[in-house]
Design a protein around this ligand. Structure first.
Ligand SMILES: CC(C)(COP(=O)(O)OP(=O)(O)OC[C@H]1O[C@@H](n2cnc3c(N)ncnc32)[C@H](O)[C@@H]1OP(=O)(O)O)[C@@H](O)C(=O)NCCC(=O)NCCS
Length: 140
């Protein structure tokens, strides 16, 4: 395990530290990208579970946009960009009461492991013209 990105002046006891990430996405831009890129774009960015969830909604684009923002927020938290990690390695899943949760696989999970990030929680918010995703990670 490396100490990639870990702060040396953490206010928390021992090795405990917190990472955050946040990102915005315009649902109208997401709609254009999906209409232009079709299934190829959708499958490159979103997992089958994310696509199934969004396509159940009357207007899927704000939820797609919030998931894009959440994936970018997690990349910020990990300190790794889109050239290092596939978007589908970061998945927004839904819990029973609608609350979103995060699942990481592949390179995303490897980078998290290397940074000592034990758990990542996310939150989404969206309306017709804006969407936001934020992520908080705890390292110890
Ligand atoms: C959670 C809630 C407050 C969202 O409010 P909203 O302003 O209509 O919607 P926002 O655009 O801000 O957020 C929508 C996102 O909230 C998230 N969400 C839904 N239910 C959630 C919950 N119980 N806890 C946390 N997040 C939730 C989802 O990710 C959703 O986006 P998605 O459907 O694309 O996945 C609303 O759905 C609600 O009142 N739910 C029932 C009560 C509840 O469970 N409250 C818990 C939080 S106080």
């Amino acid at each position: 395990m490396t100490d990639r990105g870990r702060s040396s002046n953490s206010p928390f006891p021992g090795n405990l530290s917190i990472r955050t990430g946040i990102d915005l996405c315009d649902p109208k831009r997401m709609e254009k990208a999906i209409l232009r890129g079709g299934d190829r774009f959708l499958n490159k960015i979103f997992t089958p579970g994310e696509i199934t969830y969004c396509e159940m909604l009357k207007n899927p684009f704000p939820s797609y946009a919030a998931r894009w923002a959440a994936k970018e927020a997690v990349m910020k938290l990990l300190g790794a960009g889109i050239y290092e990690i596939s978007f589908t390695d970061i998945e927004v899943i839904k819990t029973g009461n609608g609350r979103p949760a995060l699942s990481m696989t592949g390179r995303a999970q490897k980078v998290a492991d290397e940074a000592g990030i034990q758990v990542v929680d996310i939150s989404l918010s969206h309306e017709r013209n804006m969407a936001v995703g934020m992520a908080v990670g705890i390292c110890f």
